[in-house]
Design a protein around this ligand. Structure first.
Ligand SMILES: *[C@@H]1O[C@H](CO)[C@@H](O)[C@H](O)[C@H]1NC(C)=O
Ligand SMILES: *[C@@H]1O[C@H](CO)[C@@H](O)[C@H](O)[C@H]1NC(C)=O
Length: 495
């Protein structure tokens, strides 16, 4: 595997893990190609779909500057395509000391002694060869070779060939050279070809020596076939199809999207499919369902954690000695459209006890005030109540942030009718008036702190209506066991 391919794979894997693996066509700036197909080669940034220079920029110098070449042509993609690619050569006596890569290191310095040149060697250079793998298929137009500084016969005869495999013997000649090249000079050959490999070979000149290749500049651009573009797409051999059908990658729409990406030009990242599986490359749906807390066909909708604030203390209405109504506001941070995944738990505890789940209510967007009727409480007892929102998906639920705590005390029970101890009727002689003395035993088991009034009713036997005696609650003594009033029927109230 070539260095170029390994580099691209590494970039793809890294960005996939970062869940930003979707393919882009042109990098935004020349700083980093990222997962983009083409590098940006403009001074002030690139348009990410056309590669054109933006912000008034122009094509950059080719890398590194100093050659005197600039990137040119569509989206500045034509230039020295050999720079930093993988090179090899015949070793002979000197090839080991002056390795092949020095001819593609971007340094045109002609000093072989100072280590700036490659030195393919064999049989005194007669069959010396050198080759670069461009890493992909390129449309090549010319090759410029920089000679070493001390001799003019190091490049006097050579043949340039091109091919699509590393088997040099199959390469086809695209150019040849005959004649001295001045020391430190350059020789430019027209070599028009569509190829991945460019090879150089000495042509057996009798007084040739090991060749000095201080730099080999291959001018060209990536060659992209247009035959797989959709009919609606425009295409150019430099940058390929301007659009691919969903599931296919640019530049030539032949490869499927990388796992984890989908859609037109593979521009979209998959959502959160279950077990981290890739999604369908065409429409992005997750065939195995979503990871927990993600939903929708493409699993990109997040069911966020609901929140209530500590200031959202529930209101409590005391309905009876054993029941209350609890009210609270709607939770925040509910994912819109996913209301069915949200619920509330009403937690209540008696003083000294622990919280019990007393009621569950579904969330709905149709109200911003929720309530629960809680029954089965103990009379005259202190309680704490809080409401906790939670999210639920399938069988999994997870609590969000609760409200603050409200404390309350249940009402006491209504006291029973007290037992009458004595009832004495006395009439006054010579008068149609009389009085009735009632003595009853006060109840103490009502659970009330304080009985505030006693009501006594009476009626004539012949009458249907009871009359109420004006109540003198002050006259009632709650702290004595016996109460005395001169009336007949009794009711007690308390709170
Ligand atoms: C190679 O590139 C040149 C210049 O960009 C272009 O004119 C030519 O058509 C290309 N060759 C092929 C086969 O696409
Ligand atoms: C909503 O929930 C998400 C995830 O739980 C969190 O990242 C975000 O900060 C929350 N937003 C608010 C306003 O609390």
């Amino acid at each position: 595997m070539t260095r170029w391919i390994m580099m691209v794979l590494l970039v793809t894997i890294l960005t996939y893990q970062n869940t930003s693996g979707a393919r882009c066509r042109f990098a935004r700036s020349s700083a980093s190609q990222g997962s983009c197909i083409f590098p940006c080669r403009c001074t002030n940034g690139c348009h990410t779909t056309t590669g054109q220079c933006i912000n008034g920029g122009v094509c950059e110098d080719d890398q590194p500057s100093g050659h005197g070449f600039k990137w040119t042509d569509l989206a500045c993609q034509a230039g020295n395509v050999a720079y930093a690619k993988s090179a090899s050569q015949s070793i002979g006596d000197w090839g080991g000391t002056f390795p092949a890569g020095r001819a593609v290191d971007g340094d045109t310095n002609p000093s072989m002694g100072a280590g700036h040149c490659a030195h393919p060697d064999t049989e005194w250079g007669k069959n010396a060869w050198w080759m670069v793998d461009l890493g992909d298929t390129y449309n090549i137009s010319r090759v410029i070779i920089y000679n070493k500084d001390s001799e003019d016969k190091r490049l006097d005869t050579f043949i340039l060939s091109v091919g699509n495999t590393r088997e040099r013997t199959t390469h086809k000649q695209c150019a040849s050279h005959n004649g001295r090249v001045p020391a430190g000079g350059t020789v430019e050959s027209q070599c028009r070809a569509i190829a991945r490999y460019v090879s150089f070979r000495r042509n057996g000149s009798p007084d040739s020596y090991a060749a000095g290749l201080c730099e080999v500049v291959v001018i060209g651009h990536r060659h992209i076939t247009c035959s797989n573009c959709p009919t609606t797409s425009t295409c150019d051999d430099i940058i390929g199809c301007d659009q691919c059908d969903p599931g296919k990658q640019q530049p030539d729409c032949t490869k499927d999207c990388e796992p984890g990406t989908y859609g037109k030009n593979c521009e979209e990242d998959c959502g959160h499919c279950k077990d981290g599986r890739p999604c369908d490359i065409t429409d992005g749906h997750c065939t195995t369902g979503c990871e927990t807390w993600y939903t929708s066909a493409i699993c990109k909708t997040y069911i966020s954690t609901p929140r209530l604030a500590s200031s959202d203390k529930p209101d409590v209405d005391r309905i009876s000695s054993s029941s209350v109504t609890v009210r609270w506001p709607s939770a925040r941070n509910i994912t819109s459209g996913e209301e069915t995944h949200y619920f509330y738990t009403v937690w209540i505890k008696a003083e000294g006890g622990s919280y019990k789940d007393m009621s569950r209510q579904p969330h709905t967007s149709s109200t911003d005030r929720f309530e629960a009727h809680i029954t089965g409480l103990q009379f005259n007892t202190h309680y704490s109540v809080k409401v906790e929102p939670y999210r639920q998906q399938n069988d999994i639920s997870e609590a969000g942030t609760s409200t603050g705590v409200t404390t309350f005390k249940t009402r006491c029970t209504a006291p029973d009718i007290p037992t009458v101890k004595t009832l004495t009727v006395s009439t006054r002689a010579g008068s149609n008036k009389g009085s009735i003395d009632v003595i009853w035993k006060e109840l103490k088991s009502s659970g009330c702190d304080n009985i505030v009034a006693v009501v006594i009713y009476y009626k004539r036997q012949s009458s249907a209506t009871w009359k109420k005696v004006p109540i003198n609650s002050h006259g009632h003594k709650s702290d004595t066991a016996e109460c005395q009033l001169r009336q007949v029927r009794r009711e007690t109230y308390c709170h």
